[in-house]
Design a protein around this ligand. Structure first.
Ligand SMILES: Nc1nc2c(c(=O)[nH]1)N[C@H]1C(S)=C(S)[C@@H](COP(=O)(O)O)O[C@H]1N2
Ligand SMILES: [Mo]
Length: 166
């Protein structure tokens, strides 16, 4: 290939490669499944919803400060907790939090209902007062009381509410 063609090929390839990369990073999180009002959370919602700050150590052992919306608030908004009270059949519901790399974890609703538990599980968009780094963001699940960070799903794309069946 001549040097001119090579330069032209680079000029064409770079925007294509980086354009595709930009498109495959989702910037929204869907809340769906056994909910009465499925919703799509986007960056703007972090300006209108109540924000919480929690601290927890990451894999490196360093404690970081995370800020974001409460998972319980999100689920109440989506209608997963009728009457805002976790009782009866709502107690057999659980949540699958999934990421863009297909990693997924399960959380039971009482783990983050304030009448059962003191911790506030958040979907964070900030770490140490800055937007989450690109590899972890835009949104990361932060479970303050977990001893290990294994359920702190980064790159969250969906929150699916399911009901256990006998
Ligand atoms: N999307 C996604 N989130 C993930 C994982 C993963 O593979 N994919 N690994 C988990 C595990 S096992 C750990 S230990 C932590 C790593 O967190 P770190 O950012 O502190 O290294 O991320 C958790 N969240
Ligand atoms: Mo891990």
């Amino acid at each position: 290939m001549s040097p001119l063609k090579f330069v032209l090929a680079l000029l064409i390839a770079f925007p294509v490669v980086f354009g595709c990369r930009a498109q495959i990073v989702p910037t929204t999180v869907t809340v769906s499944g056994d909910v009465s009002k499925p919703l799509v959370l986007s960056a703007g919602d972090f300006k209108t919803m109540k924000l919480y700050t929690v601290n927890r150590p990451a894999h490196d052992g360093v404690t970081h400060t995370y800020r974001g919306v409460s998972l319980f608030d999100l689920l109440v908004q989506a209608g997963a907790v009728p009457g805002g009270q976790l009782k009866g059949t709502a107690l057999s519901k659980y949540v699958v939090v999934a990421a863009r790399d297909k990693y997924q974890v399960v959380i039971a609703l009482p783990e983050f209902d304030p009448t059962f538990c003191d911790q506030v599980i958040i979907l964070a968009n900030e770490e140490d007062t800055k937007p989450l780094p690109a590899d972890l963001g835009p949104y990361q699940l932060i479970i303050p009381a977990d001893k290990k960070p294994a359920r702190c799903v980064w790159g969250v794309t969906s929150i699916i509410v399911k009901t256990a069946t006998p």
